[in-house]
Design a protein around this ligand. Sequence first.
Ligand code: UD1
Length: 425
Amino acid sequence: MDRLRINGGAPLRGKITISGAKNAALPLLAVGLMSDDTLVLENVPHLADTKSMEGLIRHHGVAVSRRDETVTLSGAASSFDAPYDLVRKMRASILVLGPLLARYGEARVSLPGGCAIGTRPVDLHIRAMQALGAIVELADGYIQARAPQGLTGGRIVFPMVSVGATENAIMAAVLAKGSSELVNAAREPEISDLADCLNAMGAQISGHGTDTIMIEGVNSLGGATHRVVADRIEAGTFAIAAGITGGSLTLKQARPRHLDALIEVLRLTGIDVREVDDDLIVTATDRVLATDISTNPFPGFPTDLQAQFMAMMCVADGSSRISETIFENRFMHVPELVRMGADISVDGGVAFVRGRRQLTSAPVMATDLRASVSLVLAALATEGQSEVSRIYHLDRGYSKLEEKLGQCGARLERINDGKEDDDVS
Ligand code: UD1
């Protein structure tokens, strides 16, 4: 298992180009199941998760090839079965359900794994498929779904906002007979990216980016070339890295419009944030001020930046209250930050952080993707040497992290002690 050895205390300065978004690339790779024509996806980040999804789509029989950041998908699927061994690595594997069902009338998908942040059920995905006429059974750890006559358009009212269920519903409804309406849909930029790609392939989707999405079903989709939107979570992570180390980073192609909530909060902490076209320039000169946040669906403060922001609040001037409203059990970074000297107490979904001038270096362990990067940020801000173990979590979501941070003055190296990574849940 790889570890990261970090010698902290140096302010980060320089330029980082933001990669394509993991959370946009994953559903877009699943779109490869929806057409026999060629789909070319550009700006697909090199990550453990995109590799897993490419493997899953290939398993279904579609030809998948990659050259640098461009992935080409073509041909029809021949297997509609997504087995546990492939799905357990990544929760987003559930995104093949809608495409397979819509295009082939059947899908058998193992119940997923993924980051251990709460129970994360898939009931909303299943209900969306049922609303489009699918017959769904749960047996032996699998979702077995059928629509022998094809799906039919319908009205799907989501009782709570779900990014993945909205994506599955869109992909299914695109090839259903008739019109569909998605009410209380997720508004994340990754949803719009998916809809833009599908529309380029011949789908008829409107209203994406709002909470009501309308879809006119079509018989088939053609090919397209689509560029994956920038990763707002990667950009936000580096913005916080500039803040926590008292440095200055220019984040190229960061798409500031997708980071409004974070930018507003960073300004409240006293960090200077400037938007220049698609770039973001983040400069911290003084110790940051404590600021409260509450996570919310887009356009609110992203849950995927909560851990990183908490790391920064650990060294802020004053006390902050951090409310996690999307996932239960998403404070697994707290005990590790406390090992580094942070003063945090948790009450249900709320963490109270009393800022300290300095954390202390310590060996810590990553527990999920965003929690692990929060530990890297804390270590970068701390004088002395820290080691973050189990960093395979980082490789699921951050492309070339050491290289990107290293070119901005971070002192970190990857150490491999030769053991195999297995547990990726
Ligand atoms: C996606 C993102 C993830 C992000 C999350 C919230 C991807 C690949 N992952 O995950 O990084 O943290 O959005 O922004 O895009 N829920 C149910 N039943 C369901 C589905 C979800 O109760 O069937 C609940 C979840 O447990 C959670 C909430 O809905 O409490 C939101 O989850 P959801 O938006 O679905 O997250 P994901 O799509 O899994």
